[in-house]
Every structure is written in structure tokens, then in C-alpha cells.
Design a protein around this ligand. Structure first.
Ligand code: SF4
Length: 336
């Protein structure tokens, strides 16, 4: 397939946008006019974790630039085969805290539901690139043990919908799930961790906004944007639609070598975020997942950048610099 890119807003439904997404490095390199050398370096990485890039995200990348910061997040690389014993397949200890199929109870007062193994984009640095998604429940009925677990533990006040990407589930099922959560009296907060509105902004449609608006719980949508170039007019519109439902919109970014590891890049990202009503919540130190060694930025550099951000930006625009350590009761702050 020869991909034709335009600047026009997509008239496709989000499901069609998923179907039309690029699924191999050859198409990706052809669409961006990248040479055979770039393509040949993709082979090993692609064999470990397939390529998946929506056209809506692709058109924010520069033509002919193998160092484009959006491309580097999705392009397989030979370095993914580097073996380092400090990088493994479950760096945050998910498998130790699964209490019911698809339900992780890691932190006090909140649980995480892995609703889907499907994502709207495949990020090469993803800490769940080796997660056994095939075992996660795929229908409302199969979520019942997780719902029962939540019902039976009044100390749980918050449910986090995660994945994969929870918004790859159709709205009919999400709406039903949220209705069932609404019926559990001790739940007060619903949080959604998603990158789908970033890569396919039309995912924030009237159906999604409908069930989000209807829930009695306070709602928090946590997006995942790593670079200001990801924020185009279509994403800005999608964020406005989310905010109109009454949701608070936050962002978490990952500090990535060669992508956003300068003060200028982080400053520009944080400013763009607050200008469209999104609070920069977390800047994550990379989770040490096998295949992602080449993305790591050392902590001293990260600390220096965050300290400089605090000099340049208002406090609310400076993200918390954190790491997730398996077995810890919360994210671990790296700030001094
Ligand atoms: S969208 Fe999130 S879960 Fe999916 S590959 Fe990217 S970082 Fe991982």
C-alpha cells in the first residue's frame, strides 16, 4: 500500500483509523521517504514487537528525517536486540500484583484494570511490550471477578482503566463497565490512562464523551505525550472535548534519549500542554524493559533538566520526575 498523507482532518471513524494504520516498517519508511539503510536497521526490532502507527500520528512527522522525534518513538531499531541484565520483561512487577484476571492491586486505595491488550500505537520503549495481554479479560462478563474484588474491598476508592489502551474497547462496553463501577458506592474516582486521543484524536467522539459525562465519579484522563510536535490542532480539539465532559486532563511523559532529553524540548512540551489545559503530571524515568536500553537517560541529567524547568516555568507546569520501582507503595520521586 502506498500511503498518501494530507493535512486534512480525518473524516474516518476511529475504528477505521485503526484499520488503516501502518503495520510494518517498510510502509513506514516509504510513507516518510526514508532510505533503505533506515529500513534495513528495523528488521530485528520489528521481529520482537510489531509496528503500529496511525496515519493521524504519521502526518505529524517530518518527511525524510530519520531523527524525527515522533518517528523515533515508533521505528524499530537494531539496538532493541541489545541484552542487558538490568532490563527485563516485567520491570514494574505487574505479574506479582494481579488479584483477579486483568486486575492489578498495587497501590493503597486504587486498582488498575487492564481492559485491552490493543494499543493505538506501538511505542518501542513501552514497559508492557512483553505483558501477556492474551490472558486479560475481553468482555464485560469476564470482568466480573475484577468487579467483585472491587465491590468486596471498601478501601478502594479509585479505578484506573489501563491497558494496552482502554479506549480501544468499544464505547458500548466501556459505558456498561462504567455503569457497573458507578453502582459500587465506595468508588469515587475514575481514571483513564490513554494515548489513543493523542494518536487518533477522533477517538474523543460523542459516544465516549457521553458515558464520561454521565458517570457520577470524578474523572481524570491521563494522556501520554512526549514531545510538543505531537500536539496539533486536532489533538487540541480532542482535549477541549474531553475537558467539556468535566474531566481533568493530565499528561505523563517518558524521558527518552534523542527525543525529549533537553531542557528546551521539555519546556516546550510543558508550555504547550498547559496552554491547552493539560497539567504536566509526571515525567517518568524509563522503565528498564528489555529492548529499550537505547532510550535511557541517566538520572543525574534528568534531575538537572527538571531543576532548570523549575527555574523557567510556573510550578503547576513542572512535572514530577518519578520512577516506578517494583514492590514500592507508590511512584518514587527522583526529585532532590
Ligand atoms: S500506547 Fe502506552 S501501552 Fe501502548 S505501546 Fe504505547 S506506551 Fe505502551
Amino acid at each position: 500500500m502506498r500511503v498518501v498523507l494530507t493535512d486534512e482532518p480525518s473524516t474516518q471513524s476511529w475504528q477505521n483509523a485503526m484499520k488503516r494504520s501502518i503495520r510494518n516498517s517498510q510502509e513506514l519508511c516509504e510513507a516518510l521517504s526514508l532510505n533503505a539503510e533506515v529500513l534495513s536497521a528495523c528488521v530485528d526490532g520489528e521481529a520482537q514487537f510489531p509496528v503500529f502507527v496511525p496515519l493521524e500520528f504519521l502526518r505529524r512527522m517530518r518527511q525524510g528525517d530519520p531523527n524525527d522525534p515522533l518517528l523515533l518513538q515508533v521505528l524499530p531499531r537494531a539496538e532493541e536486540s541489545v541484552v542487558d541484565s538490568a532490563f527485563d520483561s516485567d520491570p514494574v512487577g505487574d505479574s506479582q500484583v494481579e488479584k483477579a484476571p486483568g486486575l492489578l492491586h498495587k497501590y493503597v486505595g486504587r486498582v488498575l484494570l487492564i481492559l485491552s491488550g490493543v494499543c493505538g500505537v506501538h511505542c518501542r520503549y513501552c514497559f508492557r511490550r512483553h505483558y501477556p495481554y492474551s490472558t486479560a479479560p475481553k468482555s464485560v462478563e469476564r470482568w466480573l471477578p475484577a468487579l467483585e474484588y472491587i465491590q468486596n474491598d471498601p478501601s478502594i476508592h479509585e479505578v484506573i482503566l489501563s491497558g494496552g489502551d482502554p479506549l480501544t474497547i468499544v464505547d458500548e462496553h466501556l459505558s456498561e463497565l462504567v455503569e457497573r463501577l458507578d453502582a459500587i458506592p465506595h468508588l469515587t474516582r475514575l481514571r483513564i490512562h490513554t494515548r489513543l486521543p493523542v494518536v487518533i484524536p477522533q477517538r474523543v467522539d460523542e459516544h465516549l464523551c457521553g458515558w464520561l459525562e454521565r458517570t457520577r465519579m470524578s474523572k481524570w484522563v491521563v494522556l501520554h505525550i512526549n514531545h510538543s510536535q505531537e500536539i496539533d490542532v486536532h489533538l487540541v480539539d480532542a482535549i477541549s472535548r474531553l475537558r467539556r465532559t468535566g474531566a481533568t486532563v493530565l499528561n505523563q511523559a517518558v524521558l527518552l534519549r534523542g527525543i525529549n532529553d533537553t531542557v528546551e524540548h521539555l519546556e516546550s512540551l510543558c508550555e504547550r500542554l498547559v496552554d491547552c489545559g493539560v497539567l504536566p503530571y509526571y515525567l517518568h524515568q524509563l522503565d528498564r524493559v528489555a529492548g529499550a536500553t537505547h532510550f535511557e537517560v541517566d538520572r543525574e541529567s534528568g534531575l538537572a533538566m527538571v531543576a532548570e524547568l523549575a527555574n523557567r516555568l510556573p510550578g503547576y507546569a513542572v512535572p514530577k520526575y518519578v520512577a516506578e520501582i517494583a514492590g514500592q507503595a507508590s511512584k518514587t520521586s527522583i526529585q532532590k
